[in-house]
Design a protein around this ligand. Structure first.
Ligand code: ADP
Ligand code: MG
Length: 728
């Protein structure tokens, strides 16, 4: 074993897990570091409290005097908890969270100092944001960008800093972050869904979208991870032979959680509790050293913030336990990758989950309305939905027989399939009294309120109905959920507004009763969306062929998939729903394509370096040992030489051929990279990286991994898969 590997492994094995004590009950810790409703009641005047509450509930503007009061109270609360700095906390399109800390501390003329934080600092800041991706927006218009307070997501204390969730926009108002379009999409779906709810209940004033994410991740010993340049620089292994034992025994899934990982989780959960992130579930995943963490679902904007915060926090807490957390979608070849299921639903301010079957025929009709409209939205925009989960990392997962395929389809389960079949037979136009009674009693009335146990059977579907919510399973583990949530809510908003137009037309023009009109429109939707429903095995080759016949898109790579983000239909959709302007939509496309190119470019450079600077020299070193050995054999055995040196000679030859192939392929890859870089056109450049540069990774890897099996373990420089995955 090489010295580096030896020390890394020794360190890892002798590491003593930190004993994380939990002295307080979690329910007592919950939200302690959040400026939440309870804290606001305590710290704010009645006026200020009502101002913030109205902003949260009804999107009302907060006026300046109220902002001043809120800022001053926030500061008092934060100082009482030992906080020294504040920051506007936002989610630029880099995928990470951003913060720039300012001290509360200010000096006065008389040489004294005070802590200051006013309404203007709370409401708006102008960070030097020129290095964040903007897709050309700031260049075209105005250089500056600013952050503005989002009162719907409460301020929180992170370390010794007061963090104020904000949106991040260009001076001209274009969104430069994930949150801004999300808030617009949530507003759109609220308007559209509330209007539909009024068919069923006039008291509904607001509909919120909910999100429950399930975060998968790997934990790898910090020293072992640091010994691998690929993990350090790209978050995944670019080479490494599969270990003799992988995940085939399934002995990790739901197994007992190893001690060190458990200490990490406990500390992470404590931090989550303090920050008001309602984490609930933790367990081992399928792959060795892979885990999952899931909270109770929350309002979507808050849930997105919480997931972003969590991803940042995981890295910090992991470091304290000598771990590196790998959020990458595919850190290890041949081992399951990580995703982030997005459980999604809509609910009313009267407390009704619109995707949960109800107790009466009428509430079930409301459920079916939202259920079928969601299916229709996915049917109309399947390619766009696929595009929202496209990234260099996720390309390794989608369609790789462990994660949903790159084809979007909807799974609804046997019972609901039957219900839809019955509804499909509803008479056109006015319904007879008998038919109405029959529908109420035997179709709509018969939807059991516990669908939960009957639906969640198909794990291969990218978009599955799971009893009282849809589960979007194609989202990658590194994703900012703001992206898929923006699009899902936008397409549903659009669909619901179209639905309302159609229903109202039947009521006004054809004189149909409200429920007749709804049945009529739903029947047509069921007929026209059959192609998106799929109950079979999504991993199979058969489904790919079937999906092709059905005309569903199957975009396997990011550059192909992303095109749907700037199609004519998408631009029109975002404009109509007031979610993004054409400029914003195009800017985002550009940023995501650039990000893809940069990811592949970095991986390519790292792989080239490792192959040439680590693998080839090691192979040469070992070959020299063999050559020395062969010389010795020749000296000793002379005439018998041929019979005793066969193995060594063929090894020497084999090593040479691998070295040669590596060198040739690295050279070829560098040339392809140069050619790609010379392409002016963004799309062509991305396609070149995808089709010309990336495929060479596999060839280089193949020969490196072969060498790993041939070369003496004693001198192999890179920590091996078995050590990364099974050292605990
Ligand atoms: P699993 O998918 O692991 O079997 P569950 O189906 O119970 O587990 O829940 C998975 C996730 O779905 C949890 O994070 C939960 O909070 C979330 N969830 C449950 N109901 C809703 C809802 N109405 N809206 C959004 N997410 C929900
Ligand atoms: Mg789930």
């Amino acid at each position: 074993m090489s010295t580096l590997r030896f020390h890394a492994i020794k360190e890892s094995l002798t590491y003593k897990p930190v004993n994380v004590e939990e002295k307080e009950r979690r329910s007592d810790l919950f939200g302690k570091h959040v400026f939440n409703e309870r804290t606001m009641r305590q710290y704010l005047t009645k006026d200020a409290f009502n101002g913030v509450r109205d902003a949260i509930q009804y999107g009302k503007k907060i006026d300046r005097s109220i902002a001043d009061q809120v800022a001053s109270s926030m500061k008092d609360w934060a100082l009482s908890k030992g906080v020294t700095h504040y920051t506007h906390w936002f989610q630029p399109l880099t995928g990470a969270t951003a913060e720039k800390h300012d001290a509360f501390f200010e000096t006065m003329q008389d040489g004294m100092a005070i802590e200051k934080f006013g309404g203007s600092q709370l409401v708006q800041q102008e960070p030097d944001a020129s290095s964040f991706p903007s897709g050309g927006i700031r260049n075209t218009f105005e250089a500056r960008g600013y952050t503005a307070w989002d009162p719907t997501s409460p301020a929180f204390i992170y370390g010794t800093t007061l963090c104020i969730p904000t949106i991040f926009v260009a001076y001209t108002g274009e969104a430069l972050d994930y949150k801004t379009p999300l808030l617009r999409a949530l507003h759109a779906v609220d308007n559209a869904a509330t209007a539909i709810c009024k068919y069923f209940d006039k008291n509904v004033k607001k509909v919120s979208s909910s999100l429950g994410w399930e975060q998968e991740y790997f934990l790898v010993d910090k020293m072992l991870a640091a010994s691998r340049p690929d993990i350090s620089l790209t978050g995944r292994t670019l080479l490494g032979h599969s270990p003799a034992k992988g995940q085939q025994l399934d002995d990790h899934y739901f197994g007992s959680i190893p001690n060190r990982a458990l200490s990490f989780m406990r500390e992470l959960e404590t931090e989550c509790m303090l920050l008001g992130i309602p984490v609930k579930t933790r367990h081992n995943e399928v792959a060795p050293n892979q885990f999952e963490l899931a909270p109770i679902y929350e309002e979507a904007n808050l849930a997105v913030d919480h997931n972003s915060l969590l991803m940042d926090m995981m890295g910090r807490v992991a470091a304290r336990h000598n771990f590196k957390v790998l959020l990458h979608e595919k850190p290890f070849k041949g081992i399951n990758g990580s995703g982030k299921h997005n459980n999604w639903s809509l609910s009313t301010d009267t407390g009704v989950n619109l995707l949960g079957p109800g107790k009466t025929p009428m509430s079930n009709l409301q459920f079916l309305t939202f259920f079928i409209n969601t299916i229709k939205a996915v049917h109309e925009h399947e390619a766009l939905l696929r595009a929202t989960v496209a990234s260099a990392g996720n390309d390794h997962r989608l369609g790789a027989n462990e994660a949903p395929p790159a084809i979007i389809s909807v799974f609804i389960g046997e019972q609901l399939t039957k219900v839809l079949e019955e509804l499909e037979g509803v008479t056109k136009g006015k319904l007879s009294p008998q038919e109405k009674t029959e529908l109420k009693l035997n179709v709509v009335g018969k939807i059991p309120d516990v669908l939960l146990d009957n639906t969640d059977r198909n794990r291969t579907s990218p978009f599955a109905f799971t009893g009282n919510k849809f589960e979007f399973r194609a989202v990658g583990s590194t994703a900012n959920c703001g992206n898929p949530m923006t699009i899902l809510n936008t397409i549903v908003a659009k669909q619901l507004s179209d639905f309302k137009v159609e229903v109202d037309k039947l009521i006004d023009k054809k004189g149909l009763k409200k429920d007749e009109a709804i049945f009529n429109v739903l029947r047509e939707y069921i007929k026209s969306t059959r192609h998106i429903l799929f109950e079979g095995n999504g991993y199979g080759k058969a489904w790919e062929e079937e999906a092709k016949k059905r005309g569903l898109s199957n975009n396997k790579t990011t550059p192909e998939a992303l095109k749907a983000k700037i199609s004519k239909e998408t631009i029109a959709l975002f404009e109509e729903m007031n979610v993004m302007s054409r400029v914003e939509t195009e800017a985002r496309y550009e940023i995501e394509m650039e990000a893809y190119i940069m990811h592949i470019q970095i991986e390519s450079r790292v792989l080239g370096d490792i192959a040439r600077n680590h693998i080839v020299p090691t192979a040469v070193k070992y070959q020299n040992i063999l050559i020395e050995n062969v010389r010795g054999l020749k000296e000793i055995f002379d005439k018998k030489f041929n019979s005793v040196s066969k193995e060594q000679l063929s090894l020497i030859e084999e090593i040479s051929s691998h070295i040669e192939s590596i060198n040739a392929n690295v050279t070829k890859m560098i040339n392809e990279r140069k050619k790609a870089n010379a392409l002016e056109d963004l799309e062509k450049r991305a396609m070149a990286y995808c089709d010309k540069v990336k495929p060479i990774f596999d060839d280089i890897r193949y020969h490196c991994d072969k060498l790993e099996l041939l070369v003496d373990d004693e001198i192999w420089p890179l920590t091996k898969y078995r050590e990364l995955l099974f050292t605990r």
